[in-house]
Design a protein around this ligand. Structure first.
Ligand code: CP
Length: 648
């Protein structure tokens, strides 16, 4: 059955085909190709445009509509699951159009339905039919989408229209500038998707010339990869700053895509001040004379009514295109009822745990957590494993997270994930023997025991680690232009501990303790947080104009650092970012070079190098050790030494 859950379910050619049908909407209206068909609209969240334009589209195609005026007045109120609702209603109608407040809910419903299901917006995840309207509007107003520069502005974190749109813009070859309201940046999983699947990369640009819209925010420029992005900004010096400023000054902004703050997805108390607005200043700025303004609507106060009267304000036209575009989409899906879901180009492999226990999505708004009975624990796994981490992507909400432990169902052994295990994991996955776990507790509850590891060789002992940190802190201070602006930012977990030790060393040397923060990739909560000072009134961690020292225990492929840099630059534009690592293993896939290194230890990818710290490993002393995992595919013979905490 062919559904539309994500914009990835349509190829570019299919989108063009839908647009050609939309151009011919008058003819569709005359021919009435949906005569005798019924569309059911199930809207668990409020809507004006999407719902009414779908209903209008179906009626103009000659079909009819059934609906629940308020889902709270449906059997949902009695506790009926979304899976049951979808199954039942799909026997009453020929197509379902569903909006739901949970990420991934429409996918879960599509899995139960015998008719096409269209996602009319699921939580913060996607809103693919809005994107079709947006692209159609762009095509009508600007001709080709390729090469346009589109500024996405406002709440880029929670705005589902933005997530579908940014993928589509990348696919059609547009450049994107993100101008997020404070704390509402594009999520990391969206950025990584852009990078992985469309070869886009981000560059921080000076937002000064966007001052007519916002003054508090930094902008990011997303383009197909270019040489300047390879610098990765581990040393954002004056030369790079100048290059970025020149690039920003040369940008031509074709489109401003404004969005409202998605208050319904936030806790109370998120401040409105500093939220970008478009009004008189924007209209007067020479810079934006040819920039059209779009908005998915509804608007609140971010878009002044003055823009309505200006030729550049095209958002009502954009809303009006909703009918022909949705007529075209319905006709397109009816014609393909017998087809399977489109094979979107994916470089990932489906993964379902062969065990009763196993990883769970970390997105608290994901349908898999909200209503597990209506969904499976299904993920996509990126293979071959090249990362320093094993990353699963939830098949329902697209959120990505790190898995800690990998095991084999036959040998009933497990190990902390290690890139040295990658060939074995590939093999187990192909045989259905790969068991992944979020915790040792899960693995041991199922009777798993740790893998054997070879002899451990100590590469650095306590005193040498202490001396290395002292030397690194001295070097950091020597390079520091203003100790007041210094921020020591550790990568969780070992990097955070080392960051705190470096900060303590710096305090001994200069008498003032720098602020310490922590960054977590693929964690369940905030990506950036303050460690010290710990007082609640210290406010949020602010990276703007800071001299950031990024600290990690080990650098190998460089991918971790790359992900962290993108988190940093999404948050704000620091004055500089320098990298400090205790161990440099010498191999690199990503061209990042640490500025401060405790010790160079060239080692192969089969070696396992671990930094064991007192605070994390309950040891008496610190150590850096190297060892290998002994024949991970061997079936269990005897219990082995546990090796279960972080490292590389
Ligand atoms: N753009 C959009 O989805 O509007 P509604 O919420 O009114 O459907």
């Amino acid at each position: 059955m062919r559904h539309l859950i994500s914009i990835a379910d349509l190829t570019n050619e299919e989108i063009e085909e839908i647009f050609a049908l939309a151009d011919d909407a008058q003819n569709l209206r005359a021919v009435k190709p949906a005569s005798g068909q019924i569309m059911a609209t199930l809207f668990y969240e409020p809507s004006t445009r999407t719902r009414l334009s779908f209903e209008s589209a179906m009626q103009r195609l000659g079909g009819s509509v059934i609906s629940c005026s308020d889902m709270k007045a449906s059997s949902t109120a009695k506790g009926e699951t979304i899976a049951d609702t979808a199954r039942v209603v799909s026997s009453y109608a020929d197509v379902l159009v569903v909006r739901h407040h949970w990420d991934g809910a429409v996918q879960a419903m599509a899995e139960q339905a015998d008719v096409p299901v269209i996602n009319a917006g699921d939580g913060s995840h996607e809103h693919p039919t809005q994107t079709l309207c947006d692209l159609y509007t762009l095509r009508k107003e600007k001709g080709a989408i390729k090469g346009l520069t589109v500024v996405l502005c406002g709440d880029l974190k929670n705005g589902r229209t933005i997530h579908s749109l940014v993928y589509a813009l990348a696919r059609f070859g547009a450049n994107v500038v993100t101008l997020a309201a404070n704390g509402m940046a594009l999520p990391q999983y969206v950025l990584e998707h852009l990078e992985r699947d469309y070869d886009y990369a981000l560059t921080p640009v000076d937002a000064d010339d966007l001052g007519a819209v916002v003054t508090e925010t930094d902008a990011l420029y997303l383009t197909p990869k270019q040489p300047h992005q390879l610098a990765l900004f581990t040393q954002v010096d004056q030369v790079i700053q100048a290059q970025l400023n020149t690039m920003a000054a040369g940008l031509r902004y074709d489109v401003f895509y404004m969005t409202r703050k998605q208050k319904e997805r936030m806790g109370d108390g998120s401040p409105d001040e500093g939220y970008p607005t478009i009004g008189r200043d924007f209209l007067r700025a020479q810079r934006f004379q040819d920039t059209v303004v779009m908005h998915p609507l509804p608007r609140v106060d971010e878009l002044s009514p003055e823009v309505d009267k200006d030729r550049r304000g095209i958002y009502f036209k954009q809303a009006a295109y909703g009918v022909p575009v949705r007529m075209a989409l319905l006709k397109f899906l009816f014609d393909r009822r017998a087809q399977k879901r489109s094979a979107a180009k994916r470089s990932t492999i489906p993964y379902e745990s062969p065990e009763r226990l196993g990883p769970q999505c970390r997105n608290p708004n994901c349908v898999t957590l909200k209503e597990p009975v209506s969904s499976a624990r299904r993920f996509e796994l990126r293979l071959p494993v090249q990362d320093d981490a094993l990353i699963l992507t939830c098949s329902y909400c697209d959120h990505r997270f790190k898995v800690q432990f990998a095991g084999n169902v036959k040998s009933k052994r497990y190990h902390f994930f290690d890139s040295a295990l990658a060939p074995a994991l590939n093999d187990w996955l192909s045989k259905g023997e790969l068991a992944l776990f979020d915790s040792i507790k899960e693995a041991e509850e199922l009777g798993y025991e740790p893998f054997k590891s070879g002899p451990h060789r100590v590469l650095m002992a306590d005193a040498e680690i202490r001396n290395a940190l002292a030397e690194m802190s001295a070097a950091i201070l020597r390079d520091c232009r203003d100790p007041e602006r210094l921020l020591i930012l550790g990568v969780r977990s070992a990097g955070s501990q080392l960051a705190q030790r470096l900060a303590a060393e710096i305090e001994i040397r200069c008498g003032c303790k720098p602020e310490v923060g922590e960054v977590e990739i693929y964690g369940p909560g905030e990506e950036l947080r303050r460690i010290s000072p710990a007082e609640a009134d210290a406010g949020a961690l602010n990276l703007r104009d800071r001299e950031v020292i990024l600290v990690d225990d080990v650098i190998f492929t460089g991918r971790t650092v790359k992900s962290v840099l993108s988190i940093i630059f999404r948050s704000a534009r620091p004055q500089s970012v320098r990298l400090a690592v205790l161990i440099d293993r010498g191999h690199r896939e990503v061209p990042v070079k640490p500025n401060y290194v405790g010790k160079n230890i060239p080692s192969s990818e089969h070696d396992r190098v671990r930094v064991r710290l007192r605070e994390l490993d309950a040891d008496q002393t610190d150590q850096v050790v190297i060892y290998s995992i002994v024949n991970p595919s061997e079936t269990r013979v005897q219990a082995a030494e546990p090796s279960t905490s972080g490292g590389n």
